[in-house]
Design a protein around this ligand. Structure first.
Ligand SMILES: [Zn+2]
Length: 286
């Protein structure tokens, strides 16, 4: 090999090394976390807050007769074991009582973190979306799970619940979920909260309603958020909800808003930098 050629090879090698991308705190968290396809092996830990955090040692939820996850290609079926236990327990209870399973939406990405699209929260493995529609009693193929679109539970004008769809099943499902000891709060469309309030009023059954929070969007699914697990010292709880059923002003506030059927922009979270997340999240994407 000529001297010139070997110098050229050395030069090119240096240039290649110089161009290997290095992890920088200026990187967008959503870019880094969405590229990781597997969890890290560690004791399970929810880190940071629901909207600024990550998940270490997450587990995935396997489909079963009790639940299926829709759109599995998004790879968002990972969570803290407390979340998986919660889903398992309410799904089995509803299956015992009604004979059907649940349809699940997103949990978290394998190591949590901010998502490039779709949610502000779901970052530390403690949030899950559950559809109102029951899991069909047939085995769904992968392409069906990918494309299935659960229907809205609201009427066409979105001012009431759709009484062709709504049944006591939905009331009981939300109640079973809200009464679970690990649940911090559940987000539902304000029209649905109003419906729950009206029914609960007639039954003198309002004690559990304080955990049901009216929020924009959430018309084909509800969003369950668990409390921080005791074994996750870096997990940041949200302010506890007041033990008040909130059937009055809070619902009216939402119903008077222009965009009650939208859950708000996720853009702000998409652009979270790695340096905006707790330091312990860095090692999950190194
Ligand atoms: Zn959600």
């Amino acid at each position: 090999m000529s001297l010139k050629l070997s110098r050229l090879i050395i030069l090119i090698s240096f240039m290649l090394i110089a161009y290997i991308p290095t992890l920088q705190s200026e990187d967008f968290g959503s870019d880094l976390f969405s590229k990781v396809r597997q969890p890290n092996i560690a004791n399970p830990e929810a880190i940071g807050s629901y909207s600024k955090g990550c998940l270490s040692g997450g587990s995935y939820i396997p489909n079963s007769k009790f639940y299926d996850q829709l759109r599995p290609s998004r790879n968002r079926y990972w969570g803290h074991p407390n979340l998986l236990e919660f889903i398992d327990s309410i799904a089995k209870e509803m299956h015992d009582r009604y004979g059907n399973g649940l349809l699940l939406g997103d949990l978290s990405m394998p190591r949590g973190g901010p998502m490039p699209y779709g949610h502000k929260s779901h970052q530390n493995g403690l949030d899950v979306d559950i559809f109102y529609e029951k899991k069909p009693n047939i085995e769904m193929q992968r392409y069906e799970l990918e494309s299935y679109k659960p229907s809205s539970i609201l009427s066409a004008n979105q001012e009431t619940v759709n009484l062709d769809i709504w049944s006591d099943y939905h009331y009981q499902l939300l109640k079973v979920a809200a009464e679970h000891s690990e649940v911090s709060r559940i987000f539902v469309n304000p029209v649905i909260k109003r419906k729950l309030c009206n029914i609960a009023e007639g039954r003198n059954d309002k004690d559990w309603l304080y955990k049901i929070r009216p929020w924009g969007g959430h018309y084909n699914h509800f969003h369950v958020r668990l409390n921080c697990p005791a074994s996750s010292p870096e997990c940041i709880n949200q302010r506890p909800v007041e033990k008040y059923h909130s059937c009055g002003n809070e619902i009216n506030y939402w119903l008077n808003k222009d965009k009650v059927y939208e859950s708000g922009s996720t853009e702000a979270r998409k652009w979270l930098l790695l340096s905006n997340l707790p330091k312990s999240c860095n090692k999950l994407v190194e």
